[in-house]
Design a binder for this molecule. Structure first.
Ligand code: EPU
Length: 348
């Protein structure tokens, strides 16, 4: 296993900001992941696991310890009852796997087309879009438990998935290195056309959209919002949504919509679990004095989606943090709500 020193991390992220890793190793097998962990332990190095780099803000100082990039490859398909199980290496590109699932005509992840990042990152924040989330299809997660060095298979329930969370980014943060994820997909299943954007796309169609049609639709919709990585488009140099959509109790929601009504506005919201409402964070941003394209030329709000903060050219992590704080402050002053950030902040 090659141990590299002072490796720039910015190129390994979609945001393209941040400093270097003091030490850097890439693991292609479970054994190599184990070796990297032992190395970090024996040298007492702070340890950070990097996946596809699509949801990270790395500090300008970088990471003082060891960065492990998990590059475990492989997709294996097998049948189990009426499902097709896909056992996928954590290092596989997520969208490549989705393309493969769709080409095998297996349903369950088609709406998650065009999302950047690696397979290993998907359980961590329970990646979701257009009415699907990986919690719906994850059968199990194979992970190295740093507590005792054992490789464990965690079933779906053990991961405690919720909106953008799991045990991996809450109660057990830092405990596991994800090695493989098994998805249970439905052969010849129907595409999930649940969201308004998708329904609109297919509105004039006389034939039933296939899984492949749905994948194409999602990719086009994402591209129109600069949420599909398109080389050369600076509005795509982002970490996706920078803020989570706030999930409010019925009472909080009533209070907020009264505030909006007083301003002559209606706030977009969607039903969430347990009698809660999910509010559009993008809308809150746009109704707190920011518009798409806002910024100073180096860091700004995407011209195509108010939730993405983009790197327009040599931006620093400090500039991202400053804009994030400005947005959080103004939204809080205007709406009494504190937006939570969605990406992971590393080395701050
Ligand atoms: N909206 C605005 N301004 C904008 C964009 C959207 O006001 O610039 C309002 C509109 O009312 C729109 C609503 O926000 O109807 C929802 O917007 P959109 O459908 O674009 O979805 P989102 O809530 O901004 C979420 C996820 C995305 C996911 C999309 C599609 C979060 C934080 N974001 O975005 O996931 O792709 O839904 O399902 O949950 C990500 O997490 O990085 C991500 C890209």
């Amino acid at each position: 296993m090659l141990i590299q020193e002072n490796v720039p991390l910015a190129p390994l992220t979609t945001l393209k900001v941040g400093g270097p890793a003091r030490y850097f190793v890439q693991a292609h097998t479970i054994a190599e992941v184990g070796e990297a962990v032992s190395l970090a332990r024996s040298r007492n190095l702070a340890f950070f696991v990097l996946g596809g780099g699509s949801n990270l803000v790395i500090s300008d100082a970088g990471w003082p310890g060891l960065v492990l990039k998990v590059s475990i490859p492989g997709v294996e398909e097998r049948s189990q009852g009426d499902k097709s199980l896909f056992e996928v290496g954590a290092g596989e590109q997520w969208d490549k796997f989705v393309a493969q699932a769709v080409s095998r005509n297996c349903a369950g992840v088609e709406c998650l087309s065009g999302i950047p990042g690696s397979v290993g990152g998907t359980p961590v924040q329970n990646v979701g879009a257009y009415g699907q989330e990986v919690a719906d299809t994850i059968e199990s997660v194979l992970a190295l438990d740093l507590k005792d060095g054992q490789v464990r298979e965690l079933c779906n329930e053990a991961c405690s998935f919720q909106y953008r969370t799991s045990i991996f980014n809450t109660s057990e943060r830092g405990r596991y290195v994800i090695l493989r994820v098994t998805y249970a997909l439905t052969p010849d299943g129907e595409p999930a056309i649940l969201y308004a954007d998708l329904k609109k796309y297919f509105a004039g169609w006389s034939t039933k959209p296939s899984l492949a049609d749905t994948r194409e639709a999602v990719r086009q919709i994402r591209a129109s919002k600069a949420m599909l990585i398109t080389p050369g488009d600076e509005d795509c140099r982002s970490a996706g949504s920078f803020f989570k959509n706030p999930v409010l109790s019925d009472e909080q929601y009533k209070e907020l919509s009264q505030r909006a009504t007083a301003k002559g506005l209606q706030i977009p919201s969607y039903p969430a679990l347990q009698a809660q409402r999910k509010i559009s964070a993008a809308w809150l941003v746009e109704h707190s004095g920011f518009s798409k394209g806002y910024g100073n030329g180096r860091v700004g709000i995407s011209r195509k989606h108010a939730l993405a903060i983009v790197n327009r050219g040599d931006a620093t992590a400090a500039e991202f943090v400053a804009l994030k704080e400005q947005i959080q402050r103004r939204v809080e002053d205007t709406w009494g709500l504190r937006l939570e950030t969605e990406p992971v902040f590393v080395g701050f």
